[in-house]
Design a protein around this ligand. Structure first.
Ligand code: FES
Length: 131
């Protein structure tokens, strides 16, 4: 399930985000802010794969939160993550902006681990947020 956790490496002692069952297949969930971050972390489960991005649109250097209400991170057909401030669309798997004012820029990835019990932890701090 985890795309970042290598079972051969020790699990870091890090911040719990939520249980994997709290992120439903095809949905997105905003968690936090936790672990000293100023923004939420967007967790998305798509085709059984979990993705995690910082909820900070790269259009402005301050990293604007992207949802228009709790957990509303998708565009209409749920094909992309959307920033509802100015309509930027982001590839769910790569975080790349594919439409909108920050074309070619990317969301900030959040490294995570998933325990045997299904708890999702931040594996390493996301890139420090801009003030
Ligand atoms: S702040 Fe996200 S598209 Fe403008």
């Amino acid at each position: 399930m985890s795309r970042h956790w290598n079972p051969e490496t020790p699990r870091p002692q890090n911040t719990l985000l939520c249980h994997i069952d709290e992120v439903k297949e095809g949905d997105a969930k905003g968690v936090g802010p936790v672990g000293g971050l100023k923004r939420k972390i967007i967790l998305i489960k798509r085709n059984g794969v979990l993705h995690a991005w910082l909820d900070a649109c790269p259009h402005y250097s301050t990293g604007t939160p992207m949802s228009w209400k709790a957990d509303a991170y998708f565009n209409g057909d749920k094909s992309h993550l959307a920033c509802h401030s100015h309509g930027a669309l982001f590839d769910i798997e790569t975080g790349e902006c594919v439409l909108g004012p920050c074309l070619g820029q990317r969301l900030t990835p959040v490294e995570f681990t998933v325990s045997d019990g299904g708890e999702i932890f931040i594996a390493s701090p996301a890139e420090e947020e801009k003030p």
